[in-house]
Ligand binder design. Structure first.
Ligand code: HEM
Length: 387
């Protein structure tokens, strides 16, 4: 179940804490209840974040050599940093993503999305089909992120390829040949990031000015380029797809009775792009009555926690604004809670507002397909045409 867990979030039979072995024989404790997931996320002394970015398929020597050849190093900076340097690094990143700065991007993004939606409508009107992932969701989050943290003009395609390679290398079940190819892709981009980290302005400049060493600047940029855009691309795709099957919600958006912010929250609850997130037990402990020895990998099933009947009235139904809708854990909780949440919400609100009128009259030619992955959905395409 570990690598296609999104397909099982609605199954009734899961215990609160389930012991599941992965494809290489490592046992994980999968936590399925909202209260227990929250308990783990908010107790960093008992459950450390150190394993958050560990490769779930151990990287063999040949692929490690490829990475070493590119001088690839990824010290703990953000999500997997349980050390003393975390608060200061996080504060600088949070400044760059401050809600005021995010709000300032809204008019620019709205214009861009409107222009894109106009083009998409023209294609649909002419009887054509449109891939909403490629035409809308894939690059928008990266374009906004580039403006917020002042990224260099790396070609969008290259950044997307690198980010998707990283998500596959660290979170997918893989064979050795594929690991080697992915290591080459990730290693190549790490080189580009090193150059930028040494000279770039914006966030890179702020981290350097605060005295953080080059490795930390690279680590922060690396994580942001993956988590700060790929996640939102995935979420936009999944949410737009979900909305094509929710005519009442589309009608509510159209007549103003359903606020877009409620639609985004219900989307995060039901279609989170990050389905699980990991912690590691620092000490022997007990979770929901299950003994947890120190060193155990804990897989927090965020997608399932969003559907916990203890927190939400109609767990499997898309009802914007329902009781418990906003209590999802799609952005995590505690000291490592996502600092890009307001950015992701703003982007989703703009895209849903501008795109909803189109979605009303389309049929789905090809729903998003997601490859096996422990944590990320990574939908590949979402093709529609006018009914
Ligand atoms: C829908 C989109 C997104 C989702 C679902 C999401 C989800 C998450 C989750 C689950 C975590 C781990 C939280 C924890 O350990 O408690 C996280 C951390 C993080 N996210 Fe996001 N994220 C999204 C978008 C973004 C964006 C747009 C950015 C920035 C541009 C971003 C930056 C970060 C950072 C920097 C961290 C690490 C925070 C820390 O360790 O202090 N994320 N995110």
């Amino acid at each position: 179940m570990l690598f296609r867990s999104w397909a099982q979030t609605a199954d009734a039979h899961w215990p609160d804490v389930a012991r599941v072995r992965d494809h290489v024989g490592v046992a994980h404790l999968v936590v399925t209840r909202h209260a227990l997931v929250r308990e783990v996320l908010t107790d960093p002394a008992t459950y450390r974040p150190d394993n958050a970015l560990d490769a779930v398929t151990p990287i063999p020597v040949a692929a490690l050599r490829v990475l070493a050849g590119h001088r690839f190093r990824l010290p703990p900076t953000l999500a997997n940093n349980g050390g003393a340097s975390h608060p200061a690094i996080r504060a600088i990143v949070a400044d760059a993503l401050h809600p005021t700065r995010v709000a300032a991007q809204r008019p620019w993004l709205t214009d861009l999305v409107r222009e894109r939606v106009g083009g998409i409508a023209a294609t649909l009107d002419a009887g054509g089909s449109v891939d909403l992932y490629a035409r809308l969701a894939a690059d928008l989050p990266l374009l906004v992120l580039a403006r917020l943290v002042e990224l260099p003009d790396a070609p969008v395609g290259a950044v997307k390829a690198f980010a998707r390679a990283a998500l596959e290398l660290f979170w997918a079940p893989l064979d050795a040949d594929r690991q080697q190819a992915l290591a080459a892709e990730v290693g190549r981009f790490h080189r580009v990031l090193r150059e930028f980290a040494a000279t770039g302005g914006g966030l890179a400049g702020s981290l350097r000015a605060a005295g953080h060493p080059p490795d930390v600047v690279v680590g922060a940029l690396f994580f942001l380029l993956v988590a700060g855009q790929e996640t939102t691309s995935q979420f936009l795709t999944l949410l737009l797809h979900r909305l094509t099957g929710e005519p009442a919600v589309l009608a509510g958006l159209r007549d103003g009775t359903v606020p877009v912010a409620d639609v985004v929250e219900e989307g995060l609850r039901l279609e989170p792009p990050i389905v699980t997130w990991r912690r590691v037990a620092a000490v022997d402990t007990t979770l929901g009555g299950t003994a947890v020895p120190a060193g155990t990998s804990i897989v927090l099933w965020l997608a399932r926690a969003g559907r916990d009947p203890a927190t939400v009235d109609a767990p499997d139904e898309f009802r914007p604004g329902q009781r418990g809708s906003r209590r999802h854990l799609a952005f995590g909780a505690g000291a490592h809670r996502c600092v890009g949440d307001q950015l992701a919400r703003m982007e989703a609100a703009v895209v849903v507002t501008e795109t909803a009128p189109l979605l009303d009259g389309v049929s789905v030619l090809r729903p998003p397909w997601c490859p096996d992955n422990l944590t990320f959905r990574m939908p590949d395409a979402f093709v529609v045409r006018r009914r």
